[in-house]
Ligand binder design. Structure first.
Ligand code: A3P
Length: 309
């Protein structure tokens, strides 16, 4: 049976802490990686986990990390950034899980990133306390967050549709996991609030999925300025057009489909709906009440607000 993994082979110690890779348990019934009691996506494998969880990845001046809790718009942000920065095509692109020319940190070996020219752009789901950092290097972080109701719905569909994640439960079961801090990628509020504490840092740009949806050109302009690009209005509009849900879906953008299609169940796409407010099709009144109480208990006093559509 699939669930009977040989954990002895997968359990390792990283920086004195216990890690288990690509595991599925009764408590977290989908494939995930666990490190020091925290849940991560199964993208962190035995090959890459020791570097990124162990904090040994060396940054370089100019490095830019595009950061998102899973299903918050990672691919969208990455593709927009790719358009802004017009990075040259990566040689041997097939070695990476990349969007456009930007590689996925957790799926890429450090030696593959070493050969990239500066400034390097990488996307990641790592929490603040584990993301590569450096005091000397001017490393930048662009963080995108999305309202938790739509993230929960998007994750539910994703974990069911991804063969290698393989969640077989109901929406209600997934919602309980999400609220318990065991969503796909760990605790939503643990992740978001830790990054939010740094939203005023000079090297951090905090974006919201809903703002990007409502006023793409303006938000793309903010992102471009943060990255050091001064673009004309027409250029911003052109990028916004290239990066709409419709266009990205029609073009099967980047490698989102190319690289990962085989990981999806038949007929399923990484481009699901791409809207704000799909939660309304999933939450019962009772679920919403409970969810709102849970959200409020985390958001109180943080000044972080979400647009739920
Ligand atoms: P839905 O499942 O709600 O449709 P991530 O890239 O972090 O995995 O996030 C995936 C979510 O972003 C999916 O949400 C996907 O459809 C949505 N998405 C992808 N491209 C988008 C775009 N250009 N505009 C808006 N949403 C987009």
């Amino acid at each position: 049976m699939k669930e009977e993994l040989d954990f002895t082979k997968k359990r390792v110690t990283i920086a004195g802490k216990s890690a288990i890779f690509q595991n599925k348990t009764a408590e977290v019934p989908f494939y995930h990686t666990e490190f020091d009691g925290e849940i991560f996506t199964p993208a962190l494998s035995e090959n890459t986990g020791p570097t990124y969880l162990g904090g040994t990845f060396e940054t370089r001046p100019g490095d830019v990390f595009l950061v998102a809790y899973p299903k918050s718009g990672t691919h969208w942000l990455t593709y927009i950034t790719d358009q802004i920065a017009k990075k040259p095509i990566i040689l041997n692109k097939e070695e990476y899980v990349a969007i456009g020319t930007i590689p996925f940190l957790e799926r890429t070996l450090p030696e593959q990133l070493e050969v990239l020219p500066s400034p390097r752009y990488m996307y990641t789901h790592l929490p603040y306390h584990l993301v590569p950092c450096s005091r000397e290097h001017k490393v930048k972080y662009v963080v995108i967050v999305r309202n938790p109701r739509d993230v929960a719905v998007s994750q539910f569909n994703f974990v069911r549709n991804m063969k290698i994640v393989d969640f077989n439960g109901t929406w209600n079961e997934f919602l309980s996991l999400f609220m318990r801090g065991t969503g796909f990628g760990g605790s939503y509020f643990g992740w978001v609030l830790e990054w939010w504490e740094h939203q005023e840092d000079n090297n951090v740009l905090f974006l919201k999925y809903e703002d990007l949806k409502k006023e793409p050109t303006k938000q793309i302009g903010i992102l471009a300025n943060f990255l050091g690009y001064q673009l004309f209005q027409e250029e911003l509009e052109e990028i916004a057009e290239k990066c709409t849900f419709k266009t990205m879906k029609a073009n099967g953008v980047g490698s989102i489909e190319e690289n990962k299609i085989s990981l999806l169940r038949e007929g399923k796409s990484f481009y699901r709906k791409g809207i704000v407010g799909d939660w309304q099709n999933y939450f019962s009144e009772e679920q919403l009440e409970k969810f709102n109480r849970w959200c409020n208990s985390h958001l109180e006093g943080t000044r972080l607000e979400f647009d739920f559509g």
